[in-house]
Design a protein around this ligand. Structure first.
Ligand SMILES: Cc1cc2nc3c(=O)[nH]c(=O)nc-3n(C[C@H](O)[C@H](O)[C@H](O)COP(=O)(O)OP(=O)(O)OC[C@H]3O[C@@H](n4cnc5c(N)ncnc54)[C@H](O)[C@@H]3O)c2cc1C
Length: 451
């Protein structure tokens, strides 16, 4: 029988933002790769999403790698402010720069740009079904092609950019690497559903990003409204799964909220998916293996922002892979610096997110309402918070003075402490795998703290 197996330097699994960015950045370094995705070519880039992508991330990506920021009709709207409505009669407002983008158009443009690098081969409708291990190293993947053939693709390094499922990662046995979780448990997953809606006349949320809580949502759920144009909105709901909310359907909850707040709109697209809601994986590399984007759990657990981290992690992975190939060394040690970089950049955001989720799980919304209704937290406090870079927030003293709910104070304080501790430990990510076990014990101890 004809042998259809293939071999390359780097096999990139998944052509979402992480995989495409990695492919372009390896292309710029003249490194041969195979990039594959289970989707049709014309669907690459599409993903049910809030569509918000911070220009800070895409500007950084441009500065690092020359990839042009979203432009023209790839941009839905330039957003100028973020509004948080934690209780019905109170709203916090901050000047905030973001963009809603058309993910399909942006993703397609990035995919098309691979034409500049003939040493990168893109294979649509190719689905990875298994990870190939040899002598305790990751050496490739078993792939089902569009014709239904099952082939092996071998590579010096396999990059898992397959999103939340982490198809390569989850098939790596513990004997090969036990430094990261293979399948994420439900409590580390955010379920989410979103709709693109068209309003009959220009809506009232031009250039706005809104996050609200409502009684229809199971805690710690949130409802977002992001403007995508004069008469277009992206609305959605999401929550980190816990024992009390696991039976709620995000689709139904969103329909309820849409019927309540936007009864006369046309639904253009409705779709849902899951995303990781945890700290970055403790390690994102193994012998012959690296992982980026959602597969590495690089989503901000508070905002759900994962598009920017996915694009940027593709760049940082390419930097390390280039060195590994130059040194002809594809080991965990050689790739390790990627862990250090990613934890230094994203550990703090993750920590703050974990602390907020713990708070939302531990404290009923009614208690938070108290903070706002009694004006213990006001708009000017929020302005001050935005000028602060530390979690020792200016409002803290005020809460101390004004608080008549000592239990709530205690929980808020512990939440802030958790975030601060995770920040410190993230910045001390071990420089080599030897000190990893001790570091993980520290981070797990902090994660276990109850509020
Ligand atoms: C409802 C929702 C709303 C969101 N809102 C926002 C937002 O407003 N802003 C933001 O920044 N982020 C948001 N996110 C998160 C954001 O979508 C992700 O963080 C981002 O897409 C991650 O990029 P990625 O490349 O890692 O993974 P993905 O975008 O998931 O891409 C993974 C790719 O791998 C492919 N793949 C998967 N399995 C296989 C396989 N076995 N074989 C071959 N190919 C495979 C998939 O087809 C896909 O193309 C949201 C997510 C959801 C679900």
């Amino acid at each position: 029988m004809l042998n259809l197996d293939l071999a390359t330097d780097v096999l990139i699994v998944g052509a979402g933002p992480a995989g495409i960015s990695l492919a372009i950045n390896l292309g710029k370094r003249n490194i041969p790769c195979i990039l594959l995705d289970q989707k049709n070519r014309s669907d690459v880039g599409y993903k049910p999403c809030g569509d918000a992508l911070s220009p800070n991330s895409t500007r950084k990506l441009y500065e690092l790698s020359g990839i042009q920021q979203p432009k023209g009709d790839e941009i839905g709207e330039d957003l100028e402010s973020a509004h948080f409505k934690p209780v019905p009669d109170f709203e916090l407002w901050i000047p905030f720069v973001s963009q809603t983008i058309d993910r399909l158009k942006y993703g397609q443009r990035l995919l098309d740009s691979l034409v500049d690098f003939p040493w990168i081969e893109f294979k649509p409708k190719h689905k990875v079904v298994e990870t190939i291990i040899k002598s305790n190293k990751i050496v490739g993947c078993k792939v089902r092609t569009e014709n239904g053939d099952k082939i092996n693709i071998f590579a010096k390094i396999v990059a898992d950019c397959s999103g939340v499922t982490g198809i390569v990662r989850r098939n790596i046995p513990d004997e090969v690497c036990d430094k990261f979780q293979k399948k994420l448990p439900k409590k580390e997953i955010i379920v989410s559903f979103r709709e693109i809606i068209e309003t009959p006349k220009p809506h009232e949320f031009q250039k706005q990003m809104r996050i609200e809580t409502h009684d229809e949502l199971p805690p710690p759920g949130y409802f977002w409204i992001f403007s995508r144009g004069e008469r277009l909105l992206n609305i959605g709901v999401g929550w980190l799964i816990n024992d009390s909310n696991r039976d709620y359907s995000p689709k139904k909850v969103l329909e309820e909220l849409r019927n309540k707040f936007f009864p006369d709109v046309k639904v253009i697209n409705a779709d849902g998916d899951t995303l990781p809601g945890r700290l970055p994986l403790y390690s994102m590399v193994a012998d012959g293996f690296i992982t980026c984007g959602d597969a590495a759990a690089l989503v901000n657990p508070i905002s759900g922002e994962g598009h920017g981290p996915a694009l940027l992690s593709g760049f940082y992975a390419a930097e390390r892979i280039e060195l590994a190939l130059r040194h002809e060394n594809y080991s965990e040690e050689e790739l390790w610096d990627y862990n250090v970089k990613i934890w230094n950049i994203y550990g703090y955001d993750g920590g703050l997110g974990i602390a907020v989720h713990k708070l939302l799980n531990a404290v009923p919304f009614s208690d938070f309402s108290y903070l706002f209704e009694k004006e213990i937290i006001s708009q000017s406090d929020v302005d001050a918070i935005m000028g602060s870079t530390s979690v020792k927030l200016p409002i803290f003293q005020k809460i101390l003075k004004g608080m008549r709910k000592p239990k709530l104070l205690f929980k808020v304080a512990r939440g802030l402490l958790i975030a601060e501790k995770i920040k410190k430990v993230s910045n001390k990510y071990p420089g080599t795998p030897e000190k990893f076990e001790r570091w993980v014990k520290k981070i797990k101890r902090i994660e276990r703290i109850h509020l």
